[in-house]
Ligand binder design. Sequence first.
Ligand SMILES: Cc1cc2nc3c(=O)[nH]c(=O)nc-3n(C[C@H](O)[C@H](O)[C@H](O)COP(=O)(O)OP(=O)(O)OC[C@H]3O[C@@H](n4cnc5c(N)ncnc54)[C@H](O)[C@@H]3O)c2cc1C
Length: 392
Amino acid sequence: MKLAWSAEDEAFRAELAAFLDQHAPPEAVEYGRHLADESSDGGAPPELLPDWARVWQATLFDHGWMVPGYPPELGGRNATPTQTLIYLSELAARDVPRSLHFPGYAIVGPSLLEFGNEEQRGLAPAAIRGDAVWCIGMSEPNAGSDLAGLQTRAVQDGDTFVVNGQKVWTSYAMIADRCMCYVRTDPDAPKHKGISVLMIEMDTPGIEVRPLRHITGAAEFAEVFFTDVAVPAAHLLGDVNDGWRITTGSLAHERGGLWVPGVARCRHTVDELVGVAKARGLDADPGIRREIAALYEEAASLWALGHKGFAAGAGGAEHSYMKLAYSELLKHQFEVGMTLHGPDGAVTSGEPGDPVWWRRFFASFAGTIAGGTSEIQRNIIAQRVLGLPRGA
Ligand SMILES: Cc1cc2nc3c(=O)[nH]c(=O)nc-3n(C[C@H](O)[C@H](O)[C@H](O)COP(=O)(O)OP(=O)(O)OC[C@H]3O[C@@H](n4cnc5c(N)ncnc54)[C@H](O)[C@@H]3O)c2cc1C
C-alpha cells in the first residue's frame, strides 16, 4: 500500500498554499488562533461579522477556494473529495477560517441547490459568497434534540403564510438578512410529516430578535419571536409538509468534513498544553507528562481515524463518532489547561496575557451541544453501529 498524495493532489495543495500565503488576511490567522477564546470579558463584545471576514469570504469565492468541490460559479473549482480533504486540512493547519458564519455556505447554499426551484437556486451563490447572511431557525424552547416537535406555526392564506411562534439559539439572527425557518404547516399530521421550510426576510414586520449572552460573555445567538409575520408563499422551499426531508438533508451537508478543523484544534491544543506545562515548570511531573501524552495519543488517533473513515467512505454514524470524540476531547483538554494554571486558571484580572483556559473550557461545552448533543450522537452510535434497540 502506498500512503501518499498523487502528484495532482500535491499540485492542488501547492496552489492553495500559494494563494493562502498571498491572500489570507492577518485578522483571519489571528482569529483562528484565538478561536476558542472568543468572548467578551468585561470589554466590548467581539464584532460578529467584521469587514475583513466579509472581504475574505468573497475573495475565497472569487478565486474558487470557498467550496472547492463546487463549480466556479458557486465559488469552487470542481475539486475531488480528496482535494477537499487536503483543502480543509491546509486551512486547519494554518488556523485560517474560511467564513465566520457557517449557515450560509454550509447549510443554506447546499439546501437551496438540492431542494430549491430555479429562482431559489439563484440565491445560492450569494449565500455561499457571504453577500447575504442567513440564520437557521430550527430549535425552539421545546424542540431541540427532538426537532420534529417544533411548534412555530405557519398558516397559508392565499399567496401568503402567516407565521407565529418562537425560535431559540438562532446563531447570527441579529445580523442575518434571511432565516431558513422550519415551521409547522399541518398540526394534525404525524409530527415528522407536518413541517415545511420558509425563507423569511429578517426585516419583515412582526419579527423580534433578542440576543442571548452565554456563560463566556459572548452573544452570538438569539431568541427570535414571530408575531403574525407575513411570508410570500413563493418563499416556501420544497413542498408543503415535506420539510423533514430538507431538515435531514440540511444537517448532513458539510457534516462529513467537520472533523478536520475539530481534530486539528485538538492537536494544536496539545502543543499549547506542552507550552503551558513548560512555562509553569511542570513538564517533569510524571502525572502531567502522562496526562498530556494521553491527550496527544487521542488526538493523533482521531486524526488517523478520520482519514481512514474518509478513505473508506464513512457515513453518518461514523461522523457522529468523530463529532462526539473531538468535542468531548477538546473539553477535557481545556480542563487540563485550567488545572495546569492552578488557582490562577479559574480567575482572570482581565490583563493581557491572562490565562484564558477557563474561557475556552466554558466555550467548549457549546461544541458538545450544537449540531446534536453528545447524548444524541451516542444514541446514533448505539442504534446504527452497535445495533442496540431504541431506548424507551
Ligand atoms: C453554539 C450553538 C449554536 C447553535 N446554533 C443554532 C442555530 O443557529 N439554529 C438552531 O436552530 N439551533 C441552534 N443551536 C441549538 C442546538 O441545535 C440545540 O441546542 C441542540 O439541538 C440541543 O437542543 P436543546 O438545547 O433544546 O436541548 P434538549 O434537546 O432539551 O436536551 C437537553 C439535554 O437532554 C439530553 N437529551 C435530549 N434528548 C435525549 C435523548 N433522546 N437521549 C438522551 N439524551 C437526550 C440532551 O443531550 C441534553 O443534554 C445552537 C446551539 C449551540 C450550543
